[in-house]
Design a protein around this ligand. Structure first.
Ligand SMILES: *Cc1c(COP(=O)(O)O)cnc(C)c1O
Length: 362
């Protein structure tokens, strides 16, 4: 027997969520965002599972993009940070990758390049997030330079929203975008998951959903994933490896962060921050044991966490535990731990074995 922790990746849920994206996107094309190893779900597994329905894939790791191409993924691929060095440009041409060009230094590298094939590209505009993107002036100057170059073919304009999941929304950035692009007749790519779901005016020609594909909500405080019709793709599960009775005053785990106030039973789960469970999850974080919701108690350690078994008398060593996924959403666990589902998914550790499931289409 090996250590009982597993991450189960439900590829039919992934395809279901892609269909939800498609319904919201209407006539816009969809870049399925698969950066960061598909948000920890496995980039080649996710690309394969979506290969028949995806319009394109967006990521930023060159190695991953090249290996997807070599494994037969034929869709367009958008590289969200573009190239970091002119030496990468021949690879963009060879592997058919589309760079996001976000700074004048990249424009200069492109202008100086001689390439075997003309590159389509995305020009990223800073409409208020002040992270990546060209200013209005830089956009005009870049277009002047790039339109003269034989190295460049179709240009799409792109921006990214800072508050699509916040009360502020996207109105200010949309206004900036309109001012910056006035008189330019170029395709647009704007929306992440939150904007796609909340603001139809952001859909443009291509949308860029990530988190919703994996079945989490981009704004869990406003609407749950379930409410949005999304299904969890990753379920992290393990088992109890110890069960013990506490008397009043017993301290539990590092620092005695939990102290029994009444006699109670607790379980020890084979899962800790070394597996990607958030160390900041406090006592009270929701978790499922033997199919029932309960709470964690005490401090998360590298390999283990504690659960309250007061209302689950049937729990014994080997009883199934769900950390997040089916029955308890990653959003709930992330919220309890003061973070976002994105971080939980990306943090899934290498040592956790992954199994894939693919049920029949519903
Ligand atoms: C990661 C990313 C996305 C996807 O965002 P979600 O919130 O996961 O939908 C879209 N656009 C860019 C530029 C990104 O970096």
């Amino acid at each position: 027997m090996s250590r009982p922790i597993r991450a189960r990746i439900d590829l039919s849920a992934l395809r279901h969520n892609h269909a939800v994206v498609r319904r919201h996107a209407g006539s816009a094309h969809i870049w399925s965002v698969i950066k960061a190893d598909a948000y920890g779900h496995g980039v080649s597994r996710v690309a394969r599972a979506l290969a028949s329905e995806a319009d394109g894939f967006a990521l930023l790791e060159l190695d991953a993009a090249m290996s997807l191409r070599q494994s037969g993924i034929a869709q367009p691929m958008l590289m969200l940070e573009g190239f970091y060095d002119a030496a990468e440009l021949p690879l963009y041409a060879k592997f058919g990758l589309i760079p996001v060009v976000h700074c004048v230094e990249q424009v200069a590298m492109l202008a100086a390049a001689t390439l075997p094939a003309r590159l389509p590209l995305y020009l990223k505009l800073d409409t208020g997030m002040h992270r990546l993107g060209l200013t209005a002036d830089e956009l005009r100057r870049s277009l002047d330079v790039l339109r003269k170059r034989s190295a460049v073919s179709d240009i799409t304009l792109m921006t990214h929203f800072a508050d699509a999941d916040e009360p502020a929304g996207i109105a200010d950035q949309m206004q900036h975008l309109r001012a910056m692009t006035d008189g330019l007749d170029l395709p647009l790519c704007l929306a992440n998951s939150a904007a796609l779901l909340r603001f139809a005016e952001s859909h443009g020609n291509w949308v860029r959903p990530g988190i919703m594909l994996y079945g989490a909500s981009p704004f869990p405080a406003m609407r749950s994933a379930d409410d949005l019709g999304l299904r969890p793709v990753m379920t992290l599960q393990s088992e109890l490896i110890a069960v013990r009775d506490l008397v009043v005053g017993d301290r539990v785990g590092y620092g005695g962060a939990f102290v029994a106030e009444k006699p109670m039973r607790i379980g020890v789960v084979a899962c800790g921050y070394g597996d990607g469970y958030p160390r900041h999850a406090p006592t009270g974080t929701p978790i499922i044991v033997a199919g029932k919701r309960t709470r964690t108690v005490g401090r998360v350690s590298m390999d283990k966490i504690f659960v309250d078994l007061s209302k689950i008398p049937e729990a014994i060593i080997g009883t199934a535990v769900t950390l997040w996924g089916d029955g308890v959403s990653a959003d709930e666990v992330a919220t309890a731990a003061g973070t976002v589902s994105y971080e939980l998914f990306c943090a899934l550790a290498n040592r956790v074995p992954v199994t894939e499931t693919m049920m029949e289409a519903e």
